[in-house]
Design a binder for this molecule. Sequence first.
Ligand SMILES: [Zn+2]
Ligand SMILES: [Zn+2]
Length: 279
Amino acid sequence: MIDLHSHTDESDGTCSPAQLIGEAARTGIHILGMTDHDTLRGFDKALPVARANGVELICGIELSTKLHGQSVHLLGYFLNDGDHGITEFRDWVLDMQASRRDRNVRLVARLQELGFNITLEEAEARGRGLTGRPHFAQLMVEKGYVSTLQQAFDEYLDESAKGYVYRREPQFAEGVERIRKAGGIASLAHPVRVRADIETLLPELCDVGMNAMEAYHSDHSPKDTSLYLALAERHGLLVTGGSDFHGAAKPSVRLGTGYGGNLQIPQDLVDRLKEAAPK
Ligand SMILES: [Zn+2]
Ligand SMILES: [Zn+2]
């Protein structure tokens, strides 16, 4: 079995990188793509464990990018092979992490200004390597400042709310360019979540160099999957797929098989990706 979309606790999953490899080995996954949000730290930690357990680990990432004002997730694969500017890509990822941390420092100051007793340490204890606005929202609920995460966003954290502070996020096109320059494959994550007509949008995404689409995903119905497979074919895109496993954070999504077995990723999918990835 294969699964090309999974998260460790280096981003918002709950399994450590080693635990995720253990889970893959137990489940019978022989090729695993690790795609933490905006970091390669989980992959780096997991690689020796994967080798020891006979799991083939594919280096991936899931970038949060901006596209026409909405947040769109972009997957990158094969980011650790050869020497196609991997160092430059890794530096860029570290740079984004630094800008996220800088935003968090400013966000804490802003929230304190608004009268909330919230510290960076508290937020970072919840978010680990990837502390973001959801962790601040969580704290605001825990401390009784708001009653729901939604309210925290609506009143304080959203772009138009009074606690918002700016963070530089890459545009979708820049994400694609960075991944491709590093020799990777750039795949549109869970297209079902993109709030736009995907058929209309695709030509633009292909124009900036996106070369794959995640047709198989736990959130996709069989009808969604057929549509995305047809669109991929029409636009000459490669196909990727995975469960988007997050461990106990989304307990009903199983590694390799999605919700109650709704996910079946064909075995030859990875062969095609490998053929296409620059050597
Ligand atoms: Zn995503
Ligand atoms: Zn994901």
